[in-house]
Design a protein around this ligand. Structure first.
Ligand SMILES: NC(=O)c1ccc[n+]([C@@H]2O[C@H](COP(=O)([O-])OP(=O)(O)OC[C@H]3O[C@@H](n4cnc5c(N)ncnc54)[C@H](OP(=O)(O)O)[C@@H]3O)[C@@H](O)[C@H]2O)c1
Length: 296
């Protein structure tokens, strides 16, 4: 199987590497050329432009976009769609509001192109651990892209959920759960710091890892984050890129999600309340997604 892949950022680069490891041929393109040259060294077929990428694909084209949602994805789709043929397949792996996937699907159908929205989870550890994939799009064609899911995911870590929009919807709910989990851990860290005796917070988190009922990958990463010498310099979380999309998702289905609302508000809160908690959230996000942290 051979596909085109656009967007070699923190996610895309490792996803291509994993596809290559599973014997999928990948023609890879990125806006900045250095990444294209770098992935070519791992075995990808380099493409320094979208046109070159299209030229290097034969037959029914399958193209995976791994770009920031919004302007970047919209612009690349706009550029690429008129150059695709009927029955080609476009997969969008961005974190995006499901309504945008519905819109993208309609735009694709004007060109006879089939659209899949595929939420991806696994962050920068996906190359090693594999990715979880949440897919929406035309059911009868899912088998065409399933080999990609099998290559990217560990066993049973992908699923088809319904028509366009269903994939991004399930991924947004996954991210809502992540906000709430991480808020809970951050609150634990913050409360541990308030006790009249000095509690070794890192030790508490560390011993919660192997067998406690709150053990989880986020707890493992919290242990790593708190134990890192960098932690003392990390400033409170200051990133709200996906918050609006997640709020929109929750609102659009009239969900009652009070814990998520609080977690989302905390991520935007610039006050000096809950500073250790907000620093913990920033450090753990950096651990799983390579998300930028601000330092003193
Ligand atoms: N990081 C995570 O943990 C994670 C997890 C799941 C899903 N996601 C989603 O995956 C997508 C990619 O995330 P990422 O973490 O890989 O982001 P990233 O590291 O910031 O990479 C973004 C990629 O998009 C390219 N790009 C940005 N703006 C562009 C534009 N206007 N035109 C063309 N290319 C453009 C960048 O090219 P340059 O190299 O030229 O800048 C880069 O290849 C996002 O939708 C994100 O929400 C991220």
């Amino acid at each position: 199987m051979k596909i085109g892949f656009i967007g070699l950022g923190r996610m895309g680069f490792f996803m291509v590497e994993r596809l290559l490891q599973h014997k999928i041929e990948v023609v890879a393109h990125n806006r900045s050329p250095e990444k294209v040259d770098e992935i070519a060294k791992k075995g990808a077929i380099p493409a320094h432009s979208v046109d070159e990428l299209l030229q290097k694909l034969e037959g029914r084209k399958i193209i995976w976009l791994m770009l920031p949602a919004g302007k970047a994805t919209d612009e690349v789709m706009k550029k690429i769609l008129p150059k695709l043929s009927k029955n080609d397949i476009l997969i969008d792996g961005a974190n995006d509001f499901y309504g945008n996937a519905e819109r993208h699907s309609k735009e694709c159908s004007k060109y006879g192109v089939n659209f899949f929205d595929c939420g991806v989870s696994g962050g920068i550890w996906g190359l090693k651990n594999g990715y979880t994939l949440m897919v929406g799009g035309p059911k009868d064609l899912f088998k065409e892209i399933e080999p990609l899911c099998k290559a990217l995911s560990p066993k049973e870590s992908y699923g088809y959920f319904g028509e366009a929009g269903a994939g991004h919807f399930v991924k947004s709910v996954h991210n809502i759960v992540e906000y709430v989990y991480l808020q809970g851990i951050a609150e634990g860290v913050e409360i541990l710091s308030k006790f009249k005796q000095e509690i070794d917070i890192n030790k508490a988190v560390h011993i919660w890892r192997p067998a406690s009922v709150v053990r989880s990958w986020l707890m493992d990463l919290t242990d790593n984050a708190l134990g890192s010498p960098d932690f003392k310099d990390i400033l409170p979380v200051n990133n709200s890129v996906t918050i609006n999309e997640l709020r929109e998702t929750s609102k659009s289905v009239n969900a009652y999600a009070p814990a998520f609302e609080i977690a989302a508000n905390i991520r935007e809160d610039k006050s000096d309340k809950f500073v250790l908690g907000k620093r913990t959230i920033a450090a753990v996000r950096n651990q799983f997604g390579g998300h930028k942290v601000e330092k003193k």
